[in-house]
Design a protein around this ligand. Structure first.
Ligand code: GNR
Ligand code: NI
Length: 172
């Protein structure tokens, strides 16, 4: 397994790409999932989409296990949101591609999702709480959407400008 650098703002050229479905689960997909998981644990984070490593494929990993708990990785390919609840929930989100910026985001509280699992089998799942939030955050990445797209334009433009400036000053 390998640690891979995480793409951050201001690289919107990469982060705004719409990722392509994988044809199936082969050794290349499994190797990428493993590298994603290692990179995510190292960061540390609770989810990661392939585009955050610069790979525009519809792949993500999630592990909500807390420090010291047994790991519970979930490997997801080609996810589709089948249904969302009317009920909303607010969560203070962060993103490894937007380091050190956190803001409240409102999303559907529950989601129903279809995807291919690590064995290549079509799988359906229902998620609530942090898992629902994280799945939506990661699926957004596959569509070139960032959590700052769900906050006010003023805050979004401010954070993008901050990263552009930091890069110009050689601080990224
Ligand atoms: O590590 C992460 N934490 C997090 C917290 C609240 C809502 C979403 C997330 S996902 C984030 C890792 C990441 O950037 N995934 O794309
Ligand atoms: Ni993210």
């Amino acid at each position: 397994m390998s640690l891979i650098p995480i793409v951050t703002l201001p690289d919107e050229k990469t982060l705004r790409e719409v990722s392509k479905p994988v044809a199936g689960i082969d050794s290349h997909v499994k190797k990428l999932w493993d590298d994603m998981l290692e990179t995510m644990y190292h960061a540390p984070g609770i989810g990661l989409a392939a585009i955050q490593l610069g790979v525009a494929q519809r792949l993500l990993v999630i592990d909500l296990a807390k420090d010291g708990e047994a790991k519970t990785p979930i490997f997801v390919a080609n996810p589709e949101i089948i249904k969302t609840s009317e009920a909303r929930s607010d969560y203070e989100e962060g993103c490894l591609s937007i380091p050190e910026f956190y803001e409240m985001v409102t999303r559907p509280a529950e989601v129903w999702i279809r995807y291919l699992n690590r064995q290549g089998e079509p799988t359906e799942t229902h998620a609530t709480g942090l898992m629902a939030t994280c799945l939506q955050h990661e699926i957004d990445h596959l569509n070139g959407v960032l959590f700052i797209d769900h906050i006010s334009r003023l805050k979004r433009e401010r954070v993008i400008k901050k990263f552009q400036k930091a890069q110009k000053l050689g601080k990224l």
